[in-house]
Design a protein around this ligand. Structure first.
Ligand SMILES: CCCCCCCCCCCC(=O)SCCNC(=O)CCNC(=O)[C@H](O)C(C)(C)COP(=O)(O)OP(=O)(O)OC[C@H]1O[C@@H](n2cnc3c(N)ncnc32)[C@H](O)[C@@H]1OP(=O)(O)O
Length: 191
């Protein structure tokens, strides 16, 4: 099967694409192609970042989480340790950083349905504090599709198997033109 992620350098996803917006550096066209190739993604395979500068998964963003996401049988998964840069209360990850992790992981779950979509609503349940430097396993999947609406669910567990958080989101399917204004203004600091 064809790989959608260039394992050699996750900063440079493979592929081209028919949709090109000025100023996007090819990010939108590459991501659209990855989504279209969703049935070629193997279970356990790492997925490419949304962009090199993405706050959730971009390896080039020094303020980002640098999430490493893999495809699972039912959706996507990431094991993540929050760092000192994401501290809220002492020793505990900021709730907004946890929400970022869930939201970005939902963006990867789009690979299982092959649609480009954006977050319309996001609800987080914080069951327990997310401790800094401790590994948490985040798992997400698309639960339902109703027209343009995608209903998604995610959970996060600590390394003792206790649920630390869960999330529900509604994403709305958009076409690549949705990102045109942002692309014209530059999608990241490298553009
Ligand atoms: C660059 C590489 C790519 C990368 C792509 C992946 C990157 C993922 C990154 C993580 C995700 C993000 O951060 S995304 C960034 C944060 N999110 C955003 O910026 C989105 C901002 N919002 C918008 O642009 C807009 O509101 C849209 C596009 C989401 C929707 O606007 P619209 O197109 O006018 O659609 P609208 O008619 O309002 O709603 C569409 C349908 O959804 C329903 N709907 C609306 N709200 C809700 C709701 N809360 N719960 C249930 N259903 C709802 C409506 O009833 C309707 O149903 P019906 O009448 O059709 O039945």
């Amino acid at each position: 099967m064809a790989a959608v992620c260039d394992q050699g350098d996750p900063r440079v996803p493979a592929g081209g694409g028919a949709v090109n917006l000025p100023g996007d550096g090819g990010v939108i066209s590459r991501w659209t192609e990855h989504l279209a190739g969703q049935d070629t993604v193997e279970i356990g395979q790492r997925l490419p970042p949304h962009s090199p500068d993405c706050a959730g998964c971009g390896p080039r963003n020094p303020a980002g989480l640098d999430l490493q996401v893999v495809r699972t049988a039912t959706g996507v998964e990431a094991v993540h340790r929050f760092s000192d840069a994401q501290v809220g209360a002492p020793g505990i990850a900021h709730g907004g950083a946890v929400a970022l992790a869930f939201d970005d992981l939902f963006g990867f779950a789009l690979n299982t349905v092959g649609s480009l979509a954006v977050t319309r609503s996001l609800t987080i349940e914080y069951h327990a504090p997310f401790r800094l430097h401790r590994p948490y396993t985040f798992s997400a999947q698309v639960a339902q599709r109703e027209g343009r609406r995608l209903l998604l669910h995610a959970d996060a567990w600590d390394d003792a198997g206790q649920k630390a958080g869960s999330a529900a989101a509604t994403f709305v399917v958009v076409d690549p033109g949705h990102f045109a204004a942002g692309a014209e203004q530059g999608m990241g600091r490298g553009d």
